[in-house]
Design a protein around this ligand. Structure first.
Ligand SMILES: C[S@@+](CC[C@H](N)C(=O)[O-])C[C@H]1O[C@@H](n2cnc3c(N)ncnc32)[C@H](O)[C@@H]1O
Length: 220
């Protein structure tokens, strides 16, 4: 499986203890999906009645757990590669008895092309992706024309892509990238009640930290 040469994530702060690692791999057997070069049969993983939503970069997973409990009609594929956060979400799922989240530990640039069938997702969430504010790091931002193409290929027609960021300059870049895409229509929306406030959500301290929600639909 080919991996991107530029990382959209930071590998700092990813260490966990041996005990945490052992607990994580035990829970991964129950609530995780192993990464392999094989497309998932989502109809077997989730009940046929559930809509399939992928959450990219769930961080510590508190918002993911809340959403999953509030929306039992959805099945959530939660993708991240931050070991402490993965451990945290797995134990939350176990403690709260959540049945509609499956956790995949890897870069979404690997998960989407190798493990997800085209036109199989009802929705994608990308909440507070790393903003990479320094100019020399802009190339690490996850929202690019190629990324939108990848997301579009995996969404069902009329499927949605909901993004949120607390970095206004990044929100502007996201809008500009969507404007170049022929596959999506949509734009800025008020924060929907369905999105819980996440850990990384800015406090609205200054104008660069105003939270922007963007909602786009894959054109049929
Ligand atoms: C700033 S945090 C936001 C976390 C969470 N959504 C929140 O709002 O609290 C960004 C998260 O995205 C994850 N991430 C970044 N690039 C990723 C990628 N290519 N694939 C999967 N996860 C990624 C990081 O590991 C991190 O946990």
């Amino acid at each position: 499986m080919e991996r991107p040469s530029i990382r959209s994530y930071s590998i700092r702060g990813t260490r966990i203890t041996e005990a945490q690692r052992a607990a994580k791999s035990l829970l991964q057997e129950i609530h995780g999906i192993p990464v392999e070069n094989k497309k998932l049969d989502l109809g077997v993983i989730f009940p046929a009645s559930q809509k399939i939503i992928m959450e990219i970069g769930f961080g510590m997973g508190e918002a993911t757990a809340i959403m999953a409990m509030q929306s039992p009609q959805n099945g959530y594929l939660a993708v991240d590669l931050h070991p402490p956060g993965i451990g945290k979400l797995l134990s939350r799922i176990q403690e709260l008895g959540i049945t509609n989240i499956k956790v995949i530990e890897d870069d979404v640039h690997v998960v989407l092309p190798y493990m997800i069938h085209d036109q199989s997702l009802d929705g994608v969430h990308l909440y507070f992706p790393d903003p990479w504010p320094k100019a020399k790091h802009h190339k690490r931002r996850i929202v690019t024309p190629a990324f939108l193409e990848l997301i579009a290929s995996k969404l069902k027609p009329d499927g949605y892509f909901h993004l949120a960021t607390d970095w206004v300059p990044y929100a502007e870049v996201m809008k500009a990238v969507f404007a170049t895409s022929h596959q999506f229509s949509g734009g800025e929306i008020d924060k929907p009640d369905s999105r819980p406030v996440t850990r990384f959500e800015g406090q609205g301290i200054d104008k660069d930290h105003r939270v922007t929600d963007l909602l786009y639909f894959r054109k049929p």
